[in-house]
Design a protein around this ligand. Structure first.
Ligand code: SDX
Length: 444
């Protein structure tokens, strides 16, 4: 029985205008606005010309605003779908490696064996950082949060490659992407080693991308370090699940910075800074610390009540999402991986797993969460896996940044290649003082 679908070559689409919206403002001529359709998902109303009619759109937080066209990732929040270049996240997580996903995001197709080996080699021979860079770490207090160090160090990369980048040159863009993919893990491991007061470990070219990261994190010069294949596989899958996610706050920050023509390494530093917030990538660290604070299943009702109390700023970390109004498909894979890793590591009584599972069960039955479509997101189970494989809590968001670097740089490249790309300059609704005159100081 032939599957006819296998003969259909998936095609990238392009925006098409199938309908026209007509905006009727009392007392004014109707304004016609093109409705653009993409390959998947919502149609968008092109409001670019509204300014010429004396109006701006108003959408704080961009809840209903598309900032660009993109071919990299698609999310259907209602159905809990996440595609990278058309491939469902579940298939990528189960059938590929993080570097294959990086190749896919960057070059639009999954690599064959030869392409993957060449890509691995390019990454491998760029993992070392300039010997001056480690000296920068000395400027940080030893107890600095690793994300604070990452903000500084990633930005500092722009000082080492400032004059060689022509953002309009595809080869320069590819070199930037390779360097960032290769060096951010090295810098991330250095941030951890610095905070531990341990010596930095050089990359090891005989190890896999993820194995090398674990080696740089946990090896010491004093004895050989053997990468645990279970941990390596779990870490690689966590990298895949965090690789990209449309126009989230940190990716939009990279695009905003990149739209000015800024140095791409500095643009990635902008993404790292935005990711750090507990409403975004910082939620994984906040979620684990929340579960530690809850401590046991018997305390869960108290914290559910706090999360529902409008007068209490407490939120259930790892729950809710701007786009997903269904299960975050990454959370499903993360939960299954969590059980798999704990079993393979013979961790039968992880102190937080019971809290996590009971928190999930209660929240999914509670009308407050059901009405608001608040489901576990990518950060809900990731902390437990990271904790189980020995990653310190303060490094959770750094792990997210390592994984998301490919998403950031792929969007940066896509923006540079987009001929319609302009410097990002939102407008506003002004509610301040109308014009007034300055009085002499004696009359104020
Ligand atoms: C990531 O954008 C991305 O794609 C991000 C990300 C990626 O891969 O890049 O997916 C990664 O950032 C995941 C999200 C991680 N953040 C958290 O887990 C922090 C906890 N979640 C929330 O703070 C919140 O859900 C957000 C920030 C994620 C989304 O917030 P929104 O879309 O602005 O929604 P909202 O704050 O307006 O909330 C709507 C309602 C409110 O109640 P009402 O005013 O309607 O009564 O839901 C409530 C909120 O109070 N609510 C929560 C809640 N999240 C929302 N109440 C309790 N606990 C929560 N976690």
């Amino acid at each position: 029985m032939e599957d006819k679908n296998t003969n259909v070559k998936a095609e990238e689409g392009k925006a098409t205008v199938k309908r026209i919206a007509v905006l009727h403002i009392p007392g004014e001529e109707p304004i016609e606005l093109p409705i653009l359709s993409g390959t998947e998902g919502h149609d968008v109303i092109d409001v670019k010309q509204l300014g010429t009619h004396g109006y701006f759109t108003y959408d704080p937080g961009f809840l209903s605003t598309a900032s660009c066209q993109s071919k990299i990732t698609f999310i259907d929040g209602e159905k809990g779908i996440l595609l990278h270049r058309g491939y469902p996240i579940y298939e990528l997580a189960m059938k590929t490696s993080y570097l294959e996903v990086c190749y896919l995001l960057l070059y639009k197709e999954l690599p064959n064996e030869e392409q993957l080996e060449k890509f691995k080699s390019k990454i491998r021979y760029n993992t070392m950082v300039h010997e001056q860079l480690p000296k920068l770490f000395q400027a940080f207090r030893r107890d600095s949060h690793p994300m604070a160090i990452m903000c500084g160090i990633a930005g500092a990369l722009s000082a080492f490659y400032h004059d060689e980048i022509n953002n309009n040159n595809p080869r320069d863009r590819e070199l930037v992407a390779i360097r960032l993919l290769a060096k951010i893990p090295t810098l991330a491991a250095m941030a951890y080693k610095y905070s531990e007061g341990e010596p930095f470990m050089y990359p090891q070219n005989h190890l896999s991308f993820t194995g090398n990261f674990l080696h740089m994190m946990f090896a010491t010069p004093c004895e050989p370090y053997v990468v645990n294949p279970i941990i390596e596989k779990a870490m690689d899958r966590i990298f895949i699940l965090h690789a990209d996610h449309e126009q989230n706050a940190s990716t939009s920050s990279v695009r905003f910075a990149g739209s000015t023509g800024a140095n791409p390494y500095a643009c990635i530093a902008a993404g790292i800074a935005a990711l750090w917030g507990p409403a975004h990538g910082g939620a994984n660290e906040a979620c684990l610390r929340m579960m530690e604070t809850i401590g046991s299943v018997k305390n869960i009702p108290k914290y559910i009540a706090k999360a529902k109390d409008k007068n209490d700023p407490f939120r259930l970390m790892g729950f809710g999402h701007r786009v997903y109004k269904n299960y975050d498909p990454r959370a499903t894979v993360m939960r299954d991986t969590c059980h798999e890793v704990l079993k393979e590591l013979n961790i039968t009584d992880h102190p937080l797993l019971d809290v996590a599972m009971e928190l999930e069960r209660i929240a999914l039955e509670d009308p407050y969460f059901i009405e608001r479509k608040l489901y576990p997101n990518v950060d809900f189970y990731s902390g437990i896996i990271l904790n189980a494989i020995g990653i310190p809590t303060s490094m959770f968001t750094v792990i997210f940044a390592v994984a998301r670097t490919i998403g950031w740089i792929s969007h940066w490249c896509e923006m540079q290649e987009d001929p319609s790309s302009k410097i990002v300059r939102p407008r506003q609704l002004y509610t301040g003082y109308p014009t007034r005159s300055v009085k002499p100081i004696g009359e104020r």
